[in-house]
Ligand binder design. Structure first.
Ligand code: SF4
Length: 197
């Protein structure tokens, strides 16, 4: 089962084309200025089976990509890898994954490697608020955009340096911020004030 904090079906704010997003619950890092502090604690949120989550994310037939975020996707790598495989059984999809780990830190972890085998673009590294340069899909300049396949090669410029987009979706009186927001908006949403580890 995957411990899901939130999902969003059909957004243009987190990568090329129309994408669906899953944010998982729980992250071992506490980056100062994290945009999603509610999703840092390792607590039970919504437990969803991989194939069920795949179906949920593909509810819109026009979705052509998945974005995995959190929380920390590598903390639930096996479940997410199974989810992506299930989703791709029925549709050609590109996959973008955020992680607070640097790619080198994932060496020797079979679960992480299984997920990386399904990922086209990996955006890695902790978020460093002082290095938020308002560019691209990475949150701060120290984070790197790795093209693990050629599937999103034509979007390399957009991913690394393009303008940021953010959507605010209101659900049941709560606001969900979708996207890597411009710095000023990120500061407005931020409540985590811990130093990075
Ligand atoms: S910004 Fe840091 S603390 Fe927040 S989810 Fe990402 S890695 Fe975890």
């Amino acid at each position: 089962m995957i411990n899901v904090a939130e999902t969003c079906v059909g957004t243009r704010a987190l990568g090329p084309g129309l994408r669906s997003v899953v944010w998982v619950q729980g992250c071992p890092f506490r980056c100062r200025g994290c945009i999603a502090p509610d999703w840092i604690p390792f607590r039970e949120a919504r437990a969803v089976a991989p194939d069920e989550l795949a179906g949920e994310l593909l509810a819109d037939p026009d979705v052509t990509g998945l974005t995995l975020s959190g929380g920390e996707p590598m903390a639930q790598a096996s479940g997410l890898a199974a989810m992506v495989r299930a989703a791709r059984a029925g549709r050609e999809l590109s996959v973008i994954c955020f992680t607070g780990f640097r790619r080198e830190e994932l060496a020797g972890r079979p679960d992480a490697q299984a997920l990386l085998a399904e990922v086209d673009v990996l955006i890695d590294g902790r978020y460093v608020r002082s290095r938020n340069d308002d560019r691209g899909l990475r949150g701060s300049g120290n984070q790197r955009v790795h093209h693990l396949t050629g599937r999103l090669a034509t979007a390399a410029g957009e991913l690394a340096d393009g303008p940021r987009r953010a959507e605010v979706r209101v659900r049941g009186g709560e606001a969900l911020l979708v996207g890597v927001p411009p710095r000023a908006l990120a500061e407005a949403f931020t409540t985590s004030d811990e130093e990075p580890r």
